[in-house]
Ligand binder design. Sequence first.
Ligand code: HEC
Ligand code: HEC
Ligand code: HEC
Ligand code: HEC
Ligand code: HEC
Length: 270
Amino acid sequence: MRYRGNVMMKRCFSFVLTMLVAVLVNCGTLHAEEIVCITCHSALPGKYGEPVKLWQGSIHAENGIACNACHGGDPKDAANAMNKDRGFLGAPAYTDVPAFCGRCHVGVLKDYLDSGHGRALATGGPNCVICHSNHHIVKASLDLINEKSCSRCHSYERAKVIKGAMQETEGMIVALDARIAGYKQLGTDTDRLEKELFATRNRFHSLFHNVDVKKVMAESTQIKGELNKLDATLKGLDEQSRQRKLAGAFVVAGLLLAGLLAHLLRKTFD
Ligand code: HEC
Ligand code: HEC
Ligand code: HEC
Ligand code: HEC
Ligand code: HEC
């Protein structure tokens, strides 16, 4: 229990850290049209212009993470934009990519480095870009685990087991999310439920980078246990609202009956 508490704290901490680092790196955000990297590169042909189109519409563009947030450099001074003295890092080599992305995705980097993939980085393991691409990075989902992408270096068998276990849990999370939203719309106080689901979901979505079949299965089972508890709380709410509806129906029926009686009485006196 204590160990799990620590894991939760760690995940929560790493999530907050990602956002904090991103905010710090991004202090004094410029609009895309003021960033000289974009102005100059969008006019360049081939592999120097392409990143701009790919980046537009990425989750990073959406969150204000522009070229200079990843590559460094001075986004306000065209003449010195790519000067090393202005912090320009250039394009990272294959084995430098995890540390490059991990400046912001601190928790993911740690899980990745501990994993079979991270340990094999220098000997054919996939880096972040192999799975997420470099510039057109979108919201991550289990769709990234597919036969085409995961059987390039080894068989799909282990990937399939991981995906199966995670898909089931993902389904439970989506269903619980919808039910909680339903109660929120009805005006029920769902704060605690939302917080619990949020924490569990974060923990779940950082599970994958382990790529350790046993670990993923064991943690998925634990997470399912937590989701089942949430499910039980919601079932309690369902029961309460059923009873309330029933009580409501009785009141309506009672009123109708009273109305009918009043009507009959009036008729009798008329
Ligand atoms: C005035 C035009 C211009 C500006 C401004 C500019 N670049 Fe470039 N950039 C280029 C050209 C041309 C190349 C290809 C030749 C070279 O590497 O110098 C390039 C290359 C690059 C590369 C590839 C380097 C490599 O090692 O392959 C990266 C990454 C890059 N730029 C990022 C940036 C970033 C980030 C900014 C803004 C901070 C920026 N550029 C601003 C013109 C520009
Ligand atoms: C999320 C981080 C990230 C952002 C944002 C980003 N890049 Fe990159 N970029 C990378 C990585 C990682 C590589 C090298 C990866 C690889 O091997 O493909 C790279 C490579 C490049 C290269 C070298 C391409 C080549 O084939 O040699 C250029 C040029 C470049 N980026 C320009 C840009 C420009 C311009 C922007 C802004 C529109 C930008 N990048 C935004 C991560 C980023
Ligand atoms: C300057 C900080 C920064 C760097 C460097 C960076 N990212 Fe991000 N990344 C963010 C922020 C901010 C978000 C949007 C908020 C979020 O979802 O965490 C994001 C979102 C993402 C997402 C979507 C997360 C989701 O919720 O589904 C992926 C995947 C991702 N980044 C991968 C990468 C990869 C791969 C690299 C390196 C090529 C990289 N990032 C480099 C800051 C960064
Ligand atoms: C660029 C090559 C490459 C790609 C692409 C790749 N892997 Fe791997 N994978 C490796 C290497 C290398 C190892 C370590 C040696 C091994 O166990 O086969 C590994 C190991 C694994 C392991 C076992 C880890 C362990 O600790 O037992 C799993 C599970 C796995 N990969 C899943 C996946 C999934 C899922 C995908 C697709 C999203 C994927 N791999 C894509 C290269 C790759
Ligand atoms: C073998 C493929 C693979 C590699 C390598 C990989 N990822 Fe992922 N990543 C995934 C998959 C699949 C998911 C979605 C998991 C899910 O939906 O629960 C994901 C999810 C993410 C997320 C979203 C996590 C969240 O909390 O929602 C981020 C951020 C991310 N990856 C960044 C990275 C970074 C940074 C690296 C390199 C250090 C990296 N990934 C390496 C496949 C990969």
